[in-house]
Design a binder for this molecule. Structure first.
Ligand code: HEM
Ligand code: HEM
Length: 163
């Protein structure tokens, strides 16, 4: 039997991770400044390292919470696909969710490799390619949720908010 809604913990984790992801996407300046100094062979001050660490720790928290989310998903399950919308939206939503899960693992892992092992190629993949892919997938995800809610009038937004 599938549940009617996401559990409170699943909903809390979804929105907490979304907030942390937006934080790192919109405010990466401390980390970028650290990276610039290292690239130019300079030594960052303690304050500059702390500011880069905020980005790193938020990213690592996202990775750990992603593991908890997958565990909960496996344990509690997820609601059935909403009725009353075309098959293409079901398939599209599944693909987008899979991509989001992949990105909340790959983004922190590539960041860890760039930051702690100072590997430039990982930094470029993280900061250029993955950042752009993540923004695109988030936009498709949010747009899809709004179309499902307002056009097809399904309960997807409700079951991820008030339950
Ligand atoms: C989902 C989690 C994460 C997101 C959304 C994220 C996002 C970003 C963004 C937007 C940038 C700036 C890109 C630009 O220049 O415009 C960046 C740079 C960077 N991030 Fe993250 N990050 C995440 C996790 C991490 C983690 C866990 C670490 C390290 C422990 C990390 C290390 C770095 C480094 C080293 C850079 C500079 C790379 C370069 O410019 O080549 N990030 N990140
Ligand atoms: C603008 C912000 C966002 C909105 C409006 C939103 C909305 C939703 C809704 C309504 C669902 C439930 C879909 C369903 O029941 O079929 C969902 C699921 C999901 N969201 Fe978001 N979301 C947002 C941001 C994010 C972000 C930033 C991430 C991660 C990077 C994310 C990752 C996911 C994942 C992985 C699922 C699937 C959960 C599962 O079935 O295990 N969302 N989202």
């Amino acid at each position: 039997m599938k549940p009617n809604s996401y559990s409170i913990s699943q909903r809390f984790l979804h929105w907490a991770v979304a907030l942390l992801v937006f934080f790192n996407l919109l405010l990466p300046d401390g980390m970028n400044a650290w990276h610039r100094l290292i690239r130019h062979g300079q030594t960052p001050t303690a304050a500059e390292v702390s500011s880069a660490n905020v980005h790193a720790y938020v990213g690592i928290a996202i990775l750990l919470l992603a593991i908890v989310r997958l565990f909960l998903r496996w344990q509690t399950g997820v609601p059935a696909e909403p009725e009353g919308q075309p098959l293409v939206l079901h398939v599209g939503a599944k693909i987008v969710h899979l991509q989001l899960y992949a990105l909340i693992f790959l983004m922190p892992v590539s960041g860890i490799v760039a930051y702690y092992f100072v590997i430039d190629a990982a930094g470029s993949i993280h900061a250029d390619i993955m950042k752009a892919v993540l923004w695109t997938v988030i936009a498709a995800h949010a747009l899809g949720a709004l179309v499902q809610h307002f056009y097809f009038r399904t309960n997807v937004l409700r079951r991820m908010t008030v339950g």
